[in-house]
Design a protein around this ligand. Structure first.
Ligand code: BEZ
Length: 212
């Protein structure tokens, strides 16, 4: 069955371009982004992995580790990493799982047989420090993902985990946020949001981002 938000991300052991990985141990107590791509030495995947490497600082700042996956071999990954480094002006600084036996692909439902019988689609999972799945996205092989959007969602998750807020559509870090509808007590609201808030409707209350 497909993984759902709030599920514990399944643990596994698998080979990678950086050696054997025990997933939960590798995650440690930080956040993780696990993402699959259809195959090595393909153009869109090359750009995606280059982008992920170039965003290393942004991931680290948020306490997030990235890990990629395809069903190709460790040897294939290692050769392709040289190509990614050369063509994308970067150094791949995260592991790529070599899921030849489809163990992880099946655990995470990354092969969608009606799209492709053997290759993984572009699945992505954001996993929190409690190992819970917090975001799932699935893109087709022909469309590269927007990794700035992944960072934006992680910003939102990390903010909303710690404050009684949610983030509006197209929200970017630093924009106003909304107070969660369940919070009704004016005294608590004043305490939590000393900068005040604007009630556009009783259920739509905007406030400056509390951690800025
Ligand atoms: C790519 O990464 O470029 C790609 C992979 C599979 C199908 C189409 C494109």
């Amino acid at each position: 069955m497909a993984l759902r938000l709030g599920d514990i991300a399944p643990d596994f052991e698998q080979e990678s371009s950086e050696g054997r990985i025990r997933f939960h141990d590798w995650l440690g107590d930080g956040w993780g982004v696990l993402f699959s791509h259809p195959a090595d030495y393909t153009p869109v995947c090359t750009t995606e992995l280059g982008l992920t490497a170039r965003l290393k600082e942004e991931f680290t700042r948020r306490n997030v580790k990235a890990i990629a996956l395809s069903v190709d071999s460790v040897e294939s990954h290692k050769g392709w990493i040289q190509d990614i480094n050369e063509t994308q002006s970067t150094t791949v600084n995260f592991p790529i799982l070599a899921d030849g036996d489809r163990k992880v692909s099946e655990l995470y439902d990354m092969i969608h047989p009606n799209a492709n019988e053997t290759l993984t689609v572009r699945s992505l999972f954001v996993i929190d420090p409690k190992k819970k799945v917090r975001l799932t996205i699935t893109y087709p092989a022909s469309t590269g993902r927007n990794f700035n959007e992944i960072l934006r969602v992680i910003d939102s998750l990390q903010l909303t985990d710690n404050h009684s807020v949610a983030t509006p559509g197209n929200w970017q870090d630093g924009d106003d946020v909304v107070i969660v509808p369940s919070l009704k007590d004016e005294n608590v609201i004043r305490q939590k949001f000393p900068k005040g808030y604007k009630a556009v409707r009783p259920y739509l209350r905007l406030t400056p981002q509390p951690n800025k």
